[in-house]
Design a protein around this ligand. Structure first.
Ligand code: SF4
Ligand code: SF4
Length: 158
């Protein structure tokens, strides 16, 4: 299995300990599988404090946001208070359906992240800005990194 720099890696679900798959602790009394989801305020903030505390490494990284894999999250809740942007919520909160869908879709497309990387320089300026969904990037962290490096190199050349 390959691991690239900055704590990013591609991971097969089979890598997870069997004891963590389908854990009974993430089933609500109604039988609904509870998970945590990353919501709008992560976009362009992406502080990444959350990845350091997740016991099952279930965060996945896009260019300007992280998402949680709903079938890997064991609903421990440890990441929720760690997020400086207060972007992590239990999916039992009303109105989070579109974020649950987005987390599920992009957790299947983006690389796994296990260690904190450098947050965007302007993260604080974006914290709390409404309507950030329009700034969401579907590009994965892997794809964005070479483009950013080329951009920096051209700035240096100028
Ligand atoms: S700590 Fe919060 S803002 Fe930062 S990457 Fe995690 S969910 Fe996003
Ligand atoms: S609730 Fe627990 S398992 Fe789920 S993403 Fe947060 S730290 Fe990881």
């Amino acid at each position: 299995m390959g691991r690239s720099s900055g704590g990013f890696r591609r991971r097969a679900r089979a890598d997870r300990p069997k004891s963590q798959i389908g854990s009974v602790c993430n089933v609500s009394s109604e039988g609904h599988v509870v998970t945590y989801v990353v919501t709008e305020n992560c976009i362009k903030c992406k502080y990444m404090d959350c990845v350091e505390v997740c016991p099952v490494d279930c965060f996945y990284a896009g260019e300007n946001m992280l998402v949680i894999h709903p079938e890997e999250c064991i609903d421990c809740g440890v990441c929720e208070p760690e997020c400086p942007a207060e972007a992590i919520k239990p999916d039992t909160e009303p109105g989070l359906e579109k974020w649950a869908t987005l987390n599920r879709e992009y957790a299947a497309k983006w690389p796994n992240i296990t260690t904190r990387d450098t947050p965007p320089a302007d993260a604080k300026e974006w914290d709390g800005v409404p309507g950030k969904l329009s700034h969401f990037s579907p590009v994965s962290h892997d794809e964005a990194a070479p483009a950013k490096m080329a951009e920096c190199a051209s700035e240096v050349v100028k």
